[in-house]
Design a protein around this ligand. Structure first.
Ligand code: ADP
Ligand code: ADP
Length: 216
């Protein structure tokens, strides 16, 4: 049976950072809705054009568009054994759609590690985040600096600061998280899938807690 893991938590808590590490350890593809949108924007696709205005304002991209994109991604052969989902689902409607989709694939949401940190920590992490153009690797100018400023350690591509990591947009994204995504905590807790993890710890400690939750 395929294994599906959903990483839940507010913007900036460290989902992407952990997803890259865990996906490699578990040999599962890292499926990041944010990365998929940014790839579409970079390639100038109609999906990217539609998503961009929402992303720039810190709002969620409409559910139907987002679900369609994830359905297509999870249908690809590399996801036959499951996937590590990062940034999806973000609304109750998306969570219900995911349950239905995984049932089609003969699977289910197996684990939902829920990573937490204070709002102050989130703002500080997002404002110091540098993202790699090629593959979305992330660094932090203070907590997780690249070996060479402005250059990705993993693929040598340029690091940039995301437009939506500007202070005004960050505040809106965190608000949107509390309004639209927080209900998923109760959704997955009721289904016995939720595992809370303290995201304020150093990266290595968060990884160790995650692996313990996943029984690895
Ligand atoms: P998310 O995907 O949840 O938005 P990221 O993984 O992109 O979060 O991390 C946000 C920022 O915080 C990045 O700059 C990253 O390097 C940094 N970061 C991630 N985890 C930690 C941690 N445990 N301690 C300090 N900084 C972290
Ligand atoms: P972060 O890593 O900081 O949490 P993401 O890269 O996951 O941010 O998301 C960036 C933006 O992409 C979001 O603010 C939102 O506009 C859009 N987005 C990503 N995932 C979803 C989703 N599941 N539903 C709707 N919009 C999404």
């Amino acid at each position: 049976m395929p294994t599906y893991i959903v990483l839940l938590g507010p913007p900036g808590v460290g989902k992407g950072t952990q997803a890259k590490i865990i996906a490699e350890r578990l040999s599962l593809p890292h499926v990041s809705s944010g990365d998929l949108f940014r790839e579409n924007i970079k390639n100038g696709t109609p999906l990217g054009q539609l998503a961009q205005s929402f992303i720039n304002k810190g709002e969620l991209v409409p559910d139907d568009v987002t679900i369609g994109m994830i359905r297509e991604r999870l249908s690809r052969p590399d996801c036959a054994g499951g996937a590590l989902l990062d940034g999806f689902p973000r609304t109750t409607f998306q969570a219900e759609a995911l349950d239905a989709l995984l049932a089609e694939f003969g699977g289910q949401v197996d684990y939902v590690p829920y990573i937490t940190a204070s709002e102050e920590t989130l703002v500080e992490r997002l404002s110091g985040r540098w993202t790699c153009r090629a593959q979305g690797h992330v660094f932090h100018e203070k907590h997780n600096p690249p070996r060479q400023p402005g250059v990705c350690d993993f693929d040598g591509s340029e690091l940039y600061q995301r437009d939506d990591d500007r202070a005004e947009t960050v505040v809106r994204r965190i608000q949107v998280y509390f309004q639209q995504t927080e209900p998923l905590i109760a959704y997955y807790r009721a289904r016995g899938r939720l595992h809370e993890i303290d995201g304020a710890q150093p990266i290595e400690k968060v990884t160790a807690d995650l692996l313990a939750v996943l029984g690895r």
